[in-house]
Design a protein around this ligand. Structure first.
Ligand code: SF4
Length: 745
């Protein structure tokens, strides 16, 4: 990305932060709170998720068979199934149906898939009026805007904004103001459109192949009206919406509302087996509106859309996207989405975490590339997805393909590659952006930085260097750079003569994994970790090792990350084989061993490494549970601490160990409930994302500057959190929790 396009991107993000950020933040956080509460009331949440996942896996596996089955069942009911290859094919078919019915007006409800094919434009160009009857979609239709959220398309709009829009657009007797007035107006206005309409178009959350039954999960009753009041129904659904039977709906009905909007069950769960048998409404007859007229005349067309889905099904990496039930939990839980919404974090149709997978599949890499970098890989969405989709991995795969220019999306020109030659010992093709190459090869940067420190730190901080780094590498000059230590942790450990506890005198032996930051920058926390482990009777080793591959992976450089994994795994596995535990200070590196190495190594080696590795405070907790004395560690004596846990640490459910150990050591701990600090590794350094990163961090700043926390010692587990906290709290130094326990502090 050139510095000019970076500036343009930053400006657009700033605009969205200012204009849409507040509404998106308020609404998504409201959905999240509802989700946490509603899900907590489920005893069998994990079982339901596993069941839902299994049904989707099976349905996608048997998709061709289910398509034939639904064709038979719908036709047996008297309807028609049309399998559309792409948007143009689907639109042509729908336009024919509308023409056959001589319809002037079509009303619509609940269909992202119809957004995907842009059917409104197609029909309107042929002289048919199309009206959205979902309130949010109607607002956007009036505003001539695209949806910014999968479930709540107008989430970015405030009540005041909608009132202003309606008052300007419609001829209203009295200005509309309250939510009730706005809703009532829309209800009456759309009621008239529904009366006029000849064709009703809906989507479908699920379609049961066995019976042709469609399930629609909505919060407004307009889908029912759309179907009931018109004698021709067109249902538009992606082929992935097929499930085998109606009874397969059960886990989804339990999960979908809770995951999306935090409701135990959505206001309407409608099951139709069209063409429905109920008579159409005769709006002209006040006496007997439910006349028999037209009831035998109902038509139903199920338009199943492929539009890239068959190719996704055959793609080992993108297939999981088809399991998505479009609940939006991944968008709501995403810190970046909460700040900018789907107009920045979305493509032609889909927005939020899984949108990269959808847009790559249905639109192509070019569209996905526009927002793919907004996924920081923090992994907070992973536990929220009701079908257990590894969303960050899909985003990483797409990023890798964008880097490689697969599908014609293109990496950048290789023109400046010489600038980083030697600094980029990677497996990537020419043309991967300099920024990505730089951050992806941070191991080399760190080695050079330490070897030349303190001169390297001094030079990097000079104004001309910052200017060049911003222009060429896109590193924002407002961000403080890491200061490399001239003596790495490994060198210090060697100079010290190794562990103070001989293996023969120890109950346990551990290998402290020297991650990039602990080895080159946060050496203090590494020393503290060693002394804490030794105080608890552990003999420690700190071997020179390759970095985990987290840095290249975060840039979508999968082949390079794989090479790192292949370098890191053998020596660590040898240690595990010899009975030693692997202790990791940096949570994102532990997450790498536990999660992403599952994709980079064979299953056996991955499992052995994941099982033998521990986060440092998790390990300390285990030692204390097994009889070691907390008195061997530095005592808190009631010191007040404000603790922020790292996103990936929370995904792995490791946070409780840190708080338990600090409690045991007599620290008075308050834990932040802000899930992401916004720095997210290299993300916060990037000039185009700096403002967004700081905006995400604001919540944490508010929490740690509130009266009950403003005097507390700040601790955080992840490097990026520590860096961000230093920026947010200006001068209030933050530390890793293990430093508080260091007997020599
Ligand atoms: S990926 Fe999962 S969390 Fe995101 S919309 Fe799809 S089902 Fe919901």
């Amino acid at each position: 990305m050139s510095s000019k396009s970076r500036d343009a991107k930053a400006a657009e993000i700033r605009r969205l932060l200012a204009e849409e950020g507040a509404s998106v933040a308020e609404n998504t956080r409201g959905f999240n709170e509802g989700r946490y509460e509603s899900v907590a009331r489920l005893d069998d949440y994990d079982e339901l998720k596993a069941e839902a996942r299994a049904i989707k896996e099976d349905a996608i596996e048997r998709l061709p068979e289910l398509i034939e089955e639904v064709r038979e069942s719908v036709e047996a009911n008297g309807g028609t199934v049309y399998l559309a290859d792409d948007a143009a094919d689907a639109n042509q078919y729908i336009a024919e149906v509308v023409k056959d019915r001589d319809a002037d007006t079509v009303v619509k409800s609940k269909s992202m898939t119809s957004e995907e094919i842009a059917v409104n434009d197609h029909l309107e160009a042929r002289g048919t009026e199309v009206w959205e009857t979902d309130l949010g979609e109607f607002v956007l239709q009036v505003a001539d805007e695209a949806p910014s959220h999968i479930v709540a398309p107008a989430i970015h709009k405030s009540r005041e904004g909608i009132a202003e829009l309606f008052n300007a657009h419609f001829d209203v007797a009295e200005p509309l103001e309250t939510a009730e007035e706005l809703t009532q107006f829309a209800r009456e206005y759309l009621g008239e459109r529904i009366e006029e309409a000849e064709v009703g178009m809906t989507g479908a959350n699920f379609v049961a192949a066995e019976s042709g039954t469609m399930a629609l999960v909505t919060s407004e009753g307009n889908a029912r009206k759309t179907i009931q009041a018109t004698d021709t129904q067109v249902a538009v659904a992606g082929v992935e919406k097929l499930i085998p039977t109606v009874s397969d709906l059960q886990p989804f009905v339990e999960l979908i509302g809770r995951s999306g909007t935090g409701q135990d069950i959505t206001s309407y769960v409608s099951l139709f087996t069209p063409p429905v048998e109920s008579p159409t409404v005769d709006f002209a007859d006040d006496e007997t509106p439910l006349s028999e007229v037209g009831s035998d005349d109902r038509e139903f067309h199920l338009v199943l859309i492929d539009n890239g889905r068959t190719a996704m099904r055959e793609d080992d990496q993108l297939r999981e996207t088809l399991y998505c039930i479009r609940c939006s939990a991944c968008a709501n839980s995403c810190a970046n989405f909460q700040s900018v919404g789907g107009h920045a974090f979305g493509g032609e149709t889909y927005s939020g975490g899984i949108a990269t997978g959808w847009e790559a599949g249905v639109e192509g890499l070019d569209t996905a590339a526009e927002f793919n970098d907004l996924c920081t890989g923090c992994s907070r969405c992973v536990n929220q997805c009701p079908v257990n989709i590894d969303i960050p991995w899909i985003n990483t795969v797409v990023r890798d393909r964008i880097n490689r220019g697969d599908g014609g999306a293109g990496g950048e020109s290789a023109e400046f590659d010489w600038l980083v030659e030697g600094l980029t010992p990677d497996e990537e093709p020419g043309g991967v952006s300099l920024q990505k190459r730089f951050f992806g090869n941070f191991e080399t940067v760190a080695k050079v930085g330490s070897a030349l420190a303190p001169a390297s730190n001094w030079l990097a901080d000079r104004a001309p260097s910052r200017w060049a780094m911003e222009r060429i590498l896109g590193i924002d000059r407002r961000r403080e750079l890491p200061a490399f230590e001239s003596q790495t942790l490994v060198e210090w450990f060697e100079a010290r003569g190794g562990s103070r506890i001989a293996p023969t005198a120890a109950d346990r032996e551990a290998v402290l994994y020297p991650d990039l930051y602990t080895n080159h920058v946060q050496v203090k926390r590494g020393k503290a970790a060693i002394r804490v482990l030794e105080a608890l009777g552990v003999s420690v080793r700190v071997p020179e090792m390759a970095s985990s591959g987290r840095a290249p992976l975060s840039q979508g450089m999968i082949a390079t990350a794989e090479r790192h994994a292949e370098e890191v795994a053998p020596p660590l596995l040898d240690h595990i084989e010899a009975g030693r535990d692997v202790v990791v200070v940096e949570p994102s590196d532990l997450a790498m061993f536990e999660r992403e190495y599952g994709k980079l190594l064979d299953g056996e080696r991955h499992r052995a490494l994941a099982d033998g590795s521990y986060e440092v405070l998790e390990y300390v907790y285990g030692l204390l549970e097994h009889g070691e004395e907390v008195e061997s560690l530095a005592a808190g004596e009631g010191e007040a601490v404000a603790y922020h846990s790292h996103c990936q640490q929370r995904t792995l459910d490791l946070e409780p160990y840190t708080t338990a150990v600090l409690d045991a050591a007599d620290y008075d701990v308050i834990t932040s409930d802000v899930e992401c600090c916004g720095m997210a590794g290299s993300f916060g350094y990037k000039a185009e994302y700096y403002d967004l990163s700081m905006d995400v961090g604001e919540q944490l700043r508010d929490q740690f500057t509130a009266p009950e926390t403003s005097d507390r010692t700040v601790v955080a587990s992840g490097t990026s959190c520590l860096e961000q906290l230093d920026s947010l709290l200006l001068g209030r130094e933050s530390r890793h929790p293990v430093e508080l326990l260091d007997p020599k502090q």
